[in-house]
Design a protein around this ligand. Sequence first.
Ligand SMILES: Nc1ncnc2c1ncn2[C@@H]1O[C@H](COP(=O)(O)OP(=O)(O)O)[C@@H](O)[C@H]1O
Ligand SMILES: [Mg+2]
Length: 374
Amino acid sequence: MPHKVFLSRLKLSDFRNYAALSLDLDARHVVLTGDNGAGKTNLMEAVSLLSPGRGLRRAAYADVARVRADTGFSVFAELDGMDGPVEIGTGTAGAEEGQARRLRINGTTAKSVDELLDHLRVLWLTPAMDGLFTGGSSDRRRFLDRLVLSLDPEHGRRATDYERAMRSRNKLLSEGRADPVWLTGLERQMAELGISMALARQEMLGLLAALVDKNHEGGVFPVADLALSGFLDGEWHRPAFDLEEQYLEMMKNGRYRDASAGRTLDGPHRSDLLIRHRTKNMEAERCSTGEQKALLVGLVLAHARLVANMTGHAPVLLLDEIAAHLDEGRRSDLFDLVDDLGGQAFMTGTDQSMFSALGARARYLTVANGTVSG
Ligand SMILES: Nc1ncnc2c1ncn2[C@@H]1O[C@H](COP(=O)(O)OP(=O)(O)O)[C@@H](O)[C@H]1O
Ligand SMILES: [Mg+2]
């Protein structure tokens, strides 16, 4: 049994509705209850900033900084991490729009936010994700890429570099008199990055499928079958080199079309994640709201288990408003699954009694108006 990754201290300043908060925690799960608007999701959001990206709300940092404080925000955490005890601090220096966040790990400025992945993985499920199946494909791609990133820290860099090369290609095509050598250079970059990005997605889906076939969450939550479509469909058994050549050819042949469309129409940035309810054999988007919620919970738990298996450390899980949609039996099964993962989970709800099945496995905190007690 690997040692458990958990936050032992969390300090916030000028973070959303928290002027200052200092919270000592232990290895138990954390249950946060309180009225609407108390600051439960805000606290989860702070923890989510211990992973690369803009956190579970994908907010602009200027919005995260507390209103009326004209400083930036800061989040500081001490944890027993994947690589031993570590102190992580992140935040912004001022409240101006558009700035990046700083990151310090053990007092040293980190070169990249991806360094966070050496210490912990944070996964979340929030009510905002309820529309995942019915919404646009970009949300599903982002969801998918976060799943991949938590297994493969290189994925974020690849995706950013791919996007950058694509923007340059689009710009060159829009200018109408593109230098063919330059254009081919960009397309070659896109082919390499794009194919490795797509292969990383395929690999993650393969691993996840193998894991859910053992049907763990399936006893409680429905199993989701996942597939990708929209880019080189049916070709993924071929060697990476062939796929790169094919994608390169597609881009070359698509230059005229892409120039008039104003964007690149072929590529992994156009893939969609197809999700099916296995036992009902039905697309997730056609399932009922309750079925969709259960599918999503099962999916996130399966992914958390995959991360635990692959890294040897369970992720920190943020489950916002998780208990609301589940009946008592399912809730208690959920808590058992979460606890079995072996990591620290943060859960929120309006009513503490909904968490009674967790018993002594959790610490119970009450949130009110940007303060935490209990
Ligand atoms: N930048 C900010 N500065 C101050 N308060 C904020 C900021 N952003 C959000 N809030 C406040 O935080 C509260 C919402 O907190 P939230 O954590 O979402 O509540 P809940 O406990 O329902 O999850 C709202 O009252 C909102 O006005
Ligand atoms: Mg909330």
